[in-house]
Each structure stands twice: as C-alpha cells, then as structure tokens.
Design a protein around this ligand. Structure first.
Ligand SMILES: *Cc1c(COP(=O)(O)O)cnc(C)c1O
Length: 829
C-alpha cells in the first residue's frame, strides 16, 4: 500500500484490516445499526424495508472491501501478472445473499436481524438485480468474476454501467410487453463512484499525418466530440477468499453547460450536447445477438474499451513499468467480439500516443489479448460498415487497414490462394464494405477459444477454419462453467445442506468432491431425503408462480422446464409441439401413459424479433387452452413465467425435474442453463449440442435423455435438400399437431394468428423441428416412463449432481489461468 501520508501508512501497516469473515452476531448488529442511523440517517420509526436492505448492504460492502484491500496488498507483494476481463455485459444477480454466503455469515446475520425483529429473507427480497446483460454471455462473465475472486486471480472486470438494463418483461393478453428497467431507482448501495478515475474518449473528426523532426510519421486525431467516462466500482467477493472489482464506466459530458458567456441559444445547445453524450451508457441493447448498423452500439463498445485500456495503462505506469513489458503484466480477455475494437485502440495508444514503433506495438498487442468466441450463427458474427466505423473512429479505421495490409502480405508470402486471402481479410468487400470483428480479434490475439469441446471443434472447421490452419496453436477450448456457490449453495440450501452433512464442505471450493456422494446413490433413505428436498423446492416455485401468474401447479407433477432466451434455434416451439401432441392424445383417449406434467417456460424475446414474440404468444395460448380444460388439466398444466432473470433463475433451476436443452445441434455454443439444471438434480432431455455433449459424458448416457440429429447429420440433411412438408405428410400425429396450430382453437377462432409459425415450419423449418420431432416424442415417452419409477428417477438425479464437478466456473477459470493467461493465483485466506 502506497500512500502520500506517512501517518495513514503507519496506521494501515500497524492495523492491517482483519478478515471480514465469520463475524459475530454483535459485530453484525452493531454495523447494521450504525449504517442505518449514521450511514442513512434513519430511525426505526420511519425506516422502510429498503432502508433495512440498504443498511445491511452497506455493512456487508465494508467487509467485502476489507477482503479486497487485503487482496490488493497480497497482489502487490507477489508482483503478479493480472487479468482484465472485458465484457459489454454482466448479469451479477442479487449481491447480498451471495456476499453473506461468501463471508460465511448468513446464519449469524439471520440471528442478528431476528434479535431486532427483522427477517433476513424479507430484506433479501428487496434487492433489485442489475440486469446489465441479455442472458448467457453476461451471466458467464459474472460467474467468471466470482471464480476469479475465489481462486485469487489478480483481476478486474470492465464493463458498461447501463442506466437502464435489460427490460422487464410483462405479459399483455399473452404477448410480451417491455417495461423499462429502473435498477438504480432506489439507489445502489454496492457501488462506489470514483470521480477521479475518469477518462476522455474521442469520437469523429479526422486525422492529420505529419513527419516530425526525426522524419517519423506522427498521426494526430482531431475528433469532433469528446465524452468522459467515470468509473463505478462494485466489489465482488470470492468464497472465503479474495475480493476483486467490477469496474463499470458511465458516460457524461465533459464541459458543464453553465458558462456565463453563453447566451440562451448556446445554453440550450450545450444542454442538448450534454444529454446526447450521456446517452451512450443510457440503455443496454436488448438483443441476444449482434445487431448491425446501430451507431450507438459501436459508440458503447468503443467508449468502454477506451476507458478500460486507459485505466489499465494508468495502473501499469503507476507501478513504474515500461509499456514494452505491458503484455508481461496484463492479459486482456475479450468476451466475444463486442470489445474487439480494443485491438486497434491499444495500437493507437502505443503508436500515436506513446511513440512506439509499429512492430513492437503489434508484438505487445498480440501478446496482450485473448479472444473468446461465443457463436457460430452467421447472422450473429459482428461486422461494422467501413463507412460507419470510419466516420466514428477515423484513426482506428486506418489502423485496421494497416493491420490488414500487413496480415494479407504475410499470407501472400506464404502462398495462400486469392480466395483464401479474401476469406481471411479483416474487410469484407462483398456488398457494402465492412469490418469482420471476429477476424480482427483473431489476428490481434495470442489465443482464441470456443466455449465447449464441440463448439471449439466447429470453430476450427467452419467459421475460423482458415485461421486455424494458419495458427493451429492459437486455438483452444475452455468449456463454460457456472458459479456453483450461487447456483447450488445459495439457491438450493436444502440440497446444499444435505450434501454438506454427508461429505463436508470441501465441494464449495472443489466441486468434484461431489463424487464422494456416489455411495449414497442407491441408498433408499438418502433418495427419499433427496426427493423431499426437490419437492419443497417445487412447492416454493409453485407459490411464486401462483402469485405471479395466478396458475396453481401441483408439485407432485413432473416439472418439465424450458427457460432461456426465446430464439428459434433454441426451439421452444418444438416443446410446444410436444405439449400439443400430449393434449391431443388425451383428447383422443390415448393418454394413459402420460405422467402428470407441469410445463414451465420463461425467457425474454428481443423486442424486434417477430417469430420469438409469436412463440411466446403461442405458449400462453396453449397454456390458456390446457389449464382451462377440465378434461386435461388434471394431467397437464402449462405456464409462462414472465421476466426470467437471475433472481428467478435461482428459484427455477432447483425446482426442475426435467431440463429442456433441445437446440438444433451445432447452434448452441455451450449453454450454461444446462449445467445449472443438472447441478440441481434435473435430468436433461437434449440434443448433442454445446456442452450437452460433455454433460452427457460426465453423468453417463443412461442418465441423459438423448434425441435428435447430430451436427454432422444436420449438415447432411441441409445439403441433401430438406423438405419439411414431406415429413408432415408422412407423420399423422405430427400433421394433427401442426394443423391444430391453424385450427383457430388456440386463438378464439383466429386461424391466422399462428400461421406464420406454421408456414415457417412447413416451408423452411431452418432449425429442423419436423426432422427431430419423432425422435423427441419418443425420448419424451421414455421420460414419462422413467418418471413412474421414482426411485430410479432419484438415483439418476443424484448421479447427475455428483458428476457435475467439471462444470464449475472454478474449473473454467483454472483452464484460462493455465492455458491462456499464465497467471499464478494468490489467495488471502
Ligand atoms: C444461465 C442463464 C442464462 C443462460 O441460459 P441458457 O439455457 O444457457 O441459454 C440466461 N439467463 C439467465 C438469467 C441465466 O441465469
């Protein structure tokens, strides 16, 4: 710890901050009340539940910062190599419960509050989660911060402090309606603003090229606007371990608009300018995939990348180091291509600002970055038009051209063919010229990873094939993982408690220790305890669903759950076809083998995604039909639970019997929902897609309901010319189900409502629902048969959980440390 003040330094070294762990009830009570009285200026007669929540959060934040400060000291002593994780999205979920868990003070806090006649659960309920991400990618980033803190990776997570996060989803007449997310409305006790950690970010304008007195080319970028980014820090605590910072940038105007010299006209113009610049971090784009052409989106990306790089370089220089060694001290991980403009920005900073020679700067840059690819969907691969990028970032466009011309020359020297060279170019000049951001990230990184074994293999054989041939050693895999403390210890306390009673606490920091439960898999009384816990979780979810939707489920039914973003490739509508097939079987008196089932759906659709929104309407229409039909509603219930979020996810995964992972093979890069379900004892019905493949390997074929085409079969089917209509003609049950969609019975006689879905499936069916239909139905029949043997089901559920060791994000982060970052971890506890 370096300070300017000897007295503070002496105080700090003589009274090193004690551990924030295992505090006593009295300490907790005292801090909580002090925060309530003196932190918030509240007395009990006027305090609201939100005041109690804020007071507790502020007390907890102190303890988390204590761990953070201790970690900083440790890192400084070890002179460790650090990691900056760049992600345009984070989905942290509620902080309070997780921090209490990681400080190991949940029970003591509950008691301390009870002494004050307060209920911890009610206080936890108050927290509004930061919805700063769309789904899987943002949640992954947050799981990784959790694991980096737990393992003691010297690290910092950079991102954007969106004022409005992902919209809140409500249902209106069965359709999705979007409501603005105001997560900051009641304040945010977890963050600390750092007005002095602020950087200026330029946009627009033009460049000037001049030779200086040494005849060296100097490029000067003269922007037409500048914006300031200010850091907001949220401490993230690991399990009984280190604290790290999630640093989010917020945009504001540089000049204030109250210059006395302004006349009225100028004054208003200045106000408008200020408002416009602050727009940059106003709102998260609610699109699960990349959207092209949105200028504000590119501004967001460059804004947070530029602030983050300036900050990292500041930290590097603060320690008295040279930029020549930058890559030896920092790894920068690019979470997808969203931050990939960083490659050009670091080059600009090194070459234009710090006068480094191009070749040396390029060496530093390529050894600094590593890139994680998250998608194979061609429509999701990020591209920016040369025109737009050049207008917003004229210097970066020049740098990208320079990188490209050197790269393509290299390829020519190595005798690559013209076709290959044009395929690999950073510029796509078919049609409107555009920059291929995945190529920029690949060329500018020393490692490129996919997010599951299958995805990494496909990446090398499809999207980045040419690059993989050029640089085979650059490509690697890091299978995704999930923060098992949040998604098991915190969200499923019943199961966590049973596990700990049997095998101790080791699993909290080493998930593979769950294997020690193997000897109980056949134990009848253990199975019964296991089932009782699941039943209680289902009762809790049932109550929540009744409160939110008015639909009352029966927790003794099979809970068959499909929650994730709504997307055609994820095939929620295949699940609907299955439900309708059961409905028709029951109506035709052929449903005796059906196990009573509650189908639970959840997930947001991108607001402009026509098909996804219609699929939500279809689900709610099927729910209305089935739930209100006394002939079937004893056996089937269907519900769409609105506004799926981390908070809801923590209630949903623990209550699942069956996890739906039914994407068309080759489309889901990894999935992490699949892991969270299995970790909580759900069996999976799924295709050989993403991490499903590895989950099945780990839990055993027998404990996984497999169906559908493989990736290779999908490719062959498409190549051979796919005709969904023929399948429809040949399969009577399927035809009946499909025709039901346009019968009007789902839509008060309106036969057109679901015709777009019907037509899409019969004419194109790009995600091969009809092709996989029969296989899915048969696998589901197998599910219903297995469910009838509750001991067998419990056994398979146990075998799922105990074989989930591989899917902790601790394992993913260890992989990154060993294979990509080459960092040593330093734990403070
Ligand atoms: C895990 C998670 C996801 C990702 O789910 P997939 O099934 O992998 O698509 C999305 N949203 C939330 C809130 C999650 O917790």
């Amino acid at each position: 710890m370096k300070t300017q003040n000897k007295n503070i330094e002496d105080y700090f070294t003589s009274s090193k901050p004690g551990s924030g762990l295992d505090l006593s009830k009295e300490e907790i009570k005292k801090s909580f009340l002090e925060k309530l009285f003196y932190g918030l200026g509240r007395i009990p007669t006027v305090a609201t539940d939100n005041d109690y929540y804020s007071a507790l959060a502020l007390a907890v934040r102190d303890w988390v910062f204590r761990q953070y400060v201790r970690s900083l000291e440790e890192y400084a002593e070890q002179d460790s190599r650090g990691v900056a994780y760049l992600s345009a999205e984070y989905l942290p979920g509620p902080h309070l419960g997780n921090n209490l868990l990681n400080l190991s003070i949940t029970k003591t806090t509950r008691e301390a509050l009870a002494d004050l006649d307060l209920d911890l659960d009610k206080i936890l309920e108050q927290e509004v989660e930061p919805g700063l991400g769309n789904g899987g990618l943002g949640r992954l980033a947050s799981c990784y911060l959790d694991s980096m803190a737990t393992l003691g990776v010297p690290s910092i997570g950079y991102g954007i402090r969106y004022e409005f996060g992902i919209f809140n989803q409500t249902l209106k007449d069965g359709w999705q309606a979007e409501v603005t997310d105001k997560w900051l409305h009641y304040g945010n006790p977890w963050e600390v603003v750092r007005p002095e950690i602020a950087f200026e970010v330029k946009f627009g304008g033009y460049t000037e090229h001049k030779y200086d007195s040494n005849n060296k080319l100097q490029v000067n970028w003269i922007p037409d606007s500048e914006i300031r980014g200010t850091a907001y820090d949220t401490p993230i605590l690991g399990y009984r371990s280190n604290g790290i910072i999630m640093r989010l940038w917020s945009a504001e105007a540089i000049e204030s608009f109250d210059f006395a010299a302004y006349n009225m006209g100028d004054y208003y113009r200045a106000v408008e300018k200020k408002m416009r610049s602050e727009n940059i971090t106003k709102v998260l784009y609610p699109n699960d995939e990349n959207l092209s052409g949105k200028e504000l989106r590119l501004k967001q990306q460059y804004f947070f990348v530029s602030c983050s790089l300036q900050d990292i370089i500041r930290l590097h220089l603060l320690q008295g180091r040279e930029l020549e060694n930058f890559h030896e001290k920092f790894n920068i991980q690019l979470n997808d291509t969203h931050p990939s403009i960083a490659v050009a920005e670091l080059m600009r900073i090194l070459v234009d600002i710090h006068q480094m020679e191009w070749d040396e700067a390029w060496h530093v840059t390529r050894h600094t970055f590593a890139y994680t690819n998250h998608t194979l969907l061609p429509e999701a691969l990020e591209k920016w038009s040369v025109n737009l990028l050049g207008r917003l970032l004229p210097r970066h466009l020049e740098i990208i051209y320079e990188i490209n011309s050197r790269f393509l020359n290299e390829l020519r020297k190595q005798n690559f063919s013209t076709e290959q060279i044009s395929r690999m170019s950073l510029i796509d000049d078919r049609g409107e010229p555009s920059i291929r951001m995945a190529h920029l990230a690949t060329v500018g990184s020393h490692k490129v990873n996919g997010v599951s074994a299958l995805h990494s293999r496909l990446l090398k054989s499809m999207v980045l094939q040419d690059f993989a041939e050029l640089w085979p050693e650059k490509f690697t895999n890091v299978t995704n993982g999930v923060a098992h403390r949040r998604f098991l210890a915190l969200s499923n306390p019943g199961l966590a408690d049973l596990i700990t009673r049997k095998i101790g606490k080791e699993w909290l920091t080493d998930l593979s220790a769950l294997r020690n439960l193997e000897k109980f898999a056949d134990d009848k009384s253990f199975q019964e305890e296991w089932r009782n816990i699941k039943f209680k979780n289902k009762e809790r979810l049932t109550a929540l669903i009744e409160e939110r939707t008015g639909v009352k489920l029966d927790p003794s039914m099979l809970f068959d759950i499909h929650v994730k973003r709504i997307h055609e490739y994820k095939r929620q509508h295949l699940k609907v076809l299955h439900i309708l097939s059961l409905y028709l079987r029951l109506k035709n008196g052929k449903g005796k083998d059906i196990s009573p089932t509650s189908f639970i759906f959840g997930g947001k659709a991108a607001p402009g995604y026509f098909m996804a929104k219609r699929i939500i309407k279809l689900i709610t229409a099927v729910a209305d039909l089935i739930n209100n039909d006394p002939e079937v509603n004893k056996k089937l219930k269907v519900v769409f639970l609105p506004n799926f979020s981390v908070k809801l996810a923590q209630q949903v995964y623990p209550a699942a019997d069956l996890s739906e992972q039914i994407s068309m093979a080759g489309k889901e890069a990894s999935g992490t929902g699949n892991m969270k379900f299995s970790l909580n004892g759900a069996l999976t019905i799924g295709t050989l897609d993403g991490a499903n493949v590895e989950i099945r390997e780990e839990v055993g074929e027998k404990n996984f309901f497999l169906f559908g085409l493989t990736t290779e079969e999908v490719q062959e089917t498409k190549k051979a010319g796919y005709h969904p209509y023929r399948i429809y003609e040949q399969n009577n049950d399927l035809r009946e189900v499909m025709d039901f969609l346009i019968s009007g019975k789902l839509s008060k006689g309106d036969k057109e409502l679901f015709r777009p879905i019907y037509d899409n499936l019969l004419q194109q069916d790009p995600y091969l629902l009809l092709k996989d239909y029969q296989s899915y139905i048969e696998a589901m029949d197998e599910v219903h048969k297995t469910w009838k043997d509750q001991n067998e089901w419990a056994k398979r559920s146990i075998l799922n959980v105990i074989n989930m060791g591989k899917f902790s994000s601790d394992r993913s982060i260890s992989d990154y440390c060993e294979d990509i970052w080459k960092v040593e971890t330093v734990k403070v506890v």
